[in-house]
Design a protein around this ligand. Sequence first.
Ligand code: ADP
Ligand code: F6P
Length: 496
Amino acid sequence: MPEMRQSSLVVVANRLPIDDNQAPDGACEWRRSPGGLVSALHPLLRHTPATWVGWAGGTGTAPALPDVDGVRMHTVALSHDDLRDHYEGFANATLWPLYHDSVEQPQHHRRWWEAYQRVNQRFAEATSEVAEQGAVVWVQDYHLHLVPGQLRALRPDLRIGFFLHVPFPPPELFMQLPRRAELLRGMLGADLVGFQRAQAAHNFAQLVTKVLELPATDRRIGIDDRVVRIGAFPVSIDTAEMAALASRPDVAARARRLRQDLGDPRQVILSVDRMDYTKGIEQRLKAYSELLAGGDVKVRDTVLVQVAMPSRERVGQYQILRERIEREVGRINGEFGRVGEPAIHYLTRPFDRAELAALYRVADVMAVTPLRDGMNLVAKEYVAARVDDDGALLLSEFAGTAAELSQAYLVNPHDLEGLKQGLRAALRASPADVTERMRAMRAHLHRHDIRAWARSYLSALDETGTLVSRLTSTDDTVRVPRPATRAASAAHHAGG
Ligand code: ADP
Ligand code: F6P
């Protein structure tokens, strides 16, 4: 057996940054995995000698993956039952709805919990094999709450961080979980537990006091003979990279072509979401439809482009959501569209980064109106792409992003009239107002980019500071030559 290569930095996330995909011609290819976690971490780790432990998106034997931009991929295999009970079950039908205000009913099954424990243990063991003595291990998100505790039991020499990308709910919701004590104890295996918002850290401290009866403040928790630190570290994006992409002449030309293809409307409204019931897509469509019906918006003047990338497609609640959205888009287009002039351009395919940047550039109004969202990186990507300091961001108060981008046009997506009013305000805003707001948001994002996030988290985790300087340097000159194999295709799909 070949000797296992070990790293001083190991990132552990349910998904690897690339996943197996069937190309239209039937060929096998790797493409960038969906979602904010990969968007945040992939640019950060590029060219860092780290290992990423995760799942490659299929079932059965774990495929051996090439390095992606110098980062080693270490695959954890999931069986069909693991996928159903761990990923689709406990992670996405119990925890996900519970953590998002129970906007859909969380489901509880004992079999799912068994799978969650089993899969977390497998991730902990895989991590233990690839982490060198004293390594820093950074565990991500709600799929892996138990890994910090399991890993500490296997490897007490490691420095372990845990970061939750999604909201952490208030005690009255979390208390519904039959296995609440085990989940909290699992997270406390870490040296540092990070959240998107200070309120989440507060919720966690309250729960630890209540459920585990441990001494806790919003910054520190005592357990056994250790102190676990907790805090808020709002995740961000590679602002400079998105701005550079959006400034490219080919992207600007693509944006101009897109506008023509959309029929040269006076205004373009854009939404880009994973197809998820937390994203408020149905509420947004209803608001738009009422604006059309009331004559506030005219199809010839204004178009809505809704990108909704299918997600978690075998989970019942997601299937029902897709059917409802597609029925509503059909109804609105049937009622308000004309031949060659749909009211809504509805797109479900993945876009590469340059295409996304062109879409952001073409959008006069970006509507990001989730019912609840840990952060929402799409909103940040839009701001980063508006290199001319124009464009109005309509943003839900319930997205983590709203705490940072307070100059956006803020709305409560549960309030239909408020949502309509917000859309109207964004569409009719004066160029001076739009520019003033966008400038302030862009300045914020330039200071608070993904490197600033990593710096603040890792300097709290790794007091020696070695990792921080390695990971957050902006010097991108160390390029690892890639062989023209699957790795090249992977890098292409992962990096856009
Ligand atoms: P979540 O993590 O819940 O999916 P975020 O808004 O934080 O939500 O992150 C979504 C990420 O996925 C963003 O980086 C966005 O650019 C990307 N994304 C969303 N839709 C698409 C799509 N159709 N094609 C490619 N990337 C997409
Ligand atoms: O940001 C939340 C998150 O669940 C990430 O952990 C995940 O990578 C992303 O959304 C996409 O979801 P999934 O991995 O289920 O496709």
